[in-house]
Write a protein that binds this ligand. Structure first.
Ligand code: GLU
Length: 422
């Protein structure tokens, strides 16, 4: 698919997205016009805004919000805070949201946001001021019927509460459905916090069944122990899987008999790191990725499985909890090795699916029991998994390309039928 690319191109998420998109679009025989429309984001907002820091100085911050497509419904997607977030990354993430919402067939388009900042170096007060000012800057482009942000890397329920409040102050009324991933006390949905992890569990179990592998005793390695990784770990452990490795940015843990995830979560809460946990041996995170296991779950950020380590991956299944953890070049290497991929736009769609439920509940003003959220989430993820593997079989493509083709076809169908406003 991608023959000669430089390392820089390989590591650029936008290029990675475009490589898969082009391949899938070609397979679909997508006409040239729609190809151009869907390859490009529909709107890109860049804002530079001042924030008063605790030391009395003013700092200028840069934020992005990209709408990739709003053809199937309002834009949907998280906001990430990171020192290295850039426009190409946000563009890629926005497109992945379009495909993700289409794969699970929920009525949203795709969007994403980012603010260049290092949350580790900012106080709560500074984070609040950054969030509120960023919200004010993108105000006219978001809204329950326009674009509905949510948490992503380094943002959380508190961030969503500030966005909801800022937006509501300007609207002169409380508008809970402007964001999802809010605290339950103010219109958040039960089950939303664990939803991405829950979705991962569903697709892992489906993949094991599909490959005739037992769930009980299945050896799992997880990279990233944030919201996605830690919830996936504990939910998979509940099913009888053994979490033999956890890789974090500051060190990894290995225990062939399975790590006690509850104990690890408690340890991390006390020590703000998994390093030093006594229930497992310390191991370098890079070595964990290439260790022998049944399922490898990259659950942090992009570019974790690349041309540099793909040939060494020994997992039978790679289930992508993060967005874009595998580069397009690495895809081919994993395919040659016969590794079964559950692609990001399917694997981590549990989060946005529960966000959809939250948006529906907010608009109805009627809130569901957690069992109902979980049941409906599991149903959607199971069906979507079956759709993707069926598409892969019947079109003779791998799971990732199948997911893209399914998604592109759904979005293109809607655009064609809506027609072109002139
Ligand atoms: N940030 C999550 C994702 O990448 C959730 C997005 C949402 O709920 O809108 O899927």
């Amino acid at each position: 698919m991608t023959t000669t690319v430089t390392l820089e191109q390989e590591m650029n998420p936008w290029e990675a997205q475009a490589a898969r998109f082009d391949f899938a679009a070609r397979k679909l025989n997508l006409d040239e016009g729609l190809w151009k429309v869907l390859r490009s984001p529909s709107r890109e907002i860049i804002v530079h805004f001042p924030v008063l820091l605790d030391n009395g100085k003013v700092e200028l911050f840069t934020g992005y919000r990209v709408h990739h497509s709003v053809a199937r419904g309002p834009g949907k997607g998280g906001i990430r805070y990171a020192p290295d977030v850039n426009l190409d990354e946000v563009r890629a993430l926005a497109s992945w949201m379009t495909w993700k919402c289409a794969v699970v067939n929920i009525p949203f388009g795709g969007a994403k946001g980012g603010v260049i900042c290092d949350p580790k170096k900012l106080s709560q007060g500074e984070l609040e001021r950054i969030t509120r000012r960023y919200t004010a800057e993108i105000m006219e482009f978001i809204g329950p019927e326009k674009d509905v942000p949510a948490p992503d890397v380094n943002t959380n329920e508190q961030t969503m509460a500030w966005i909801m409040d800022t937006y509501s102050m300007h609207m002169r009324q409380t508008v809970t459905s402007v964001v999802t991933g809010k605290p339950i006390t103010m219109g958040g949905s039960r089950g939303r916090r664990e939803a991405t992890g829950r979705g991962i569990r569903v697709v892992c179990v489906e993949a094991l069944r599909y490959l005739n592998m037992p769930v009980e005793g299945c050896r799992v390695v997880i990279q990233g122990f944030g919201n996605v990784g830690s919830n996936a770990a504990h939910l998979l452990m509940e099913m009888g899987c053994k979490i033999i490795g956890i890789a974090e940015y500051d060190g990894g843990l290995y225990n062939a008999n399975g790590i006690d995830i509850h104990a690890l979560v408690e340890y991390r809460e006390r020590n703000s790191s998994i390093v030093g946990f006594r229930g497992a041996e310390a191991i370098e995170s890079a070595n964990l990725l290439t260790s022998v296991c049944d399922i490898l779950i990259p659950a942090a950020t992009e570019n974790v499985i690349t041309s540099r380590n793909a040939a060494k991956i020994q997992a039978r299944i790679v289930c992508e909890g993060a967005n874009g953890p595998t580069t397009a070049v690495a895809d081919e290497i994993l395919a040659d090795k016969g590794i079964f991929i559950v692609p990001d736009i399917l694997a981590n769609a549990g989060g946005v699916t529960a966000s959809y439920f939250e948006w529906v509940q907010d608009r109805q003003g009627y809130f569901w029991k957690e069992e109902m959220v979980n049941e409906r989430l599991e149903e959607i993820l199971k069906e979507s998994f079956a759709d993707v593997v069926h598409y892969a079989q019947t079109h003779d493509v791998n799971n990732r390309i199948a997911a893209y083709m399914l998604a592109i076809d759904r979005v293109a169908g809607v655009i064609r039928q809506r027609g072109f406003y002139a």
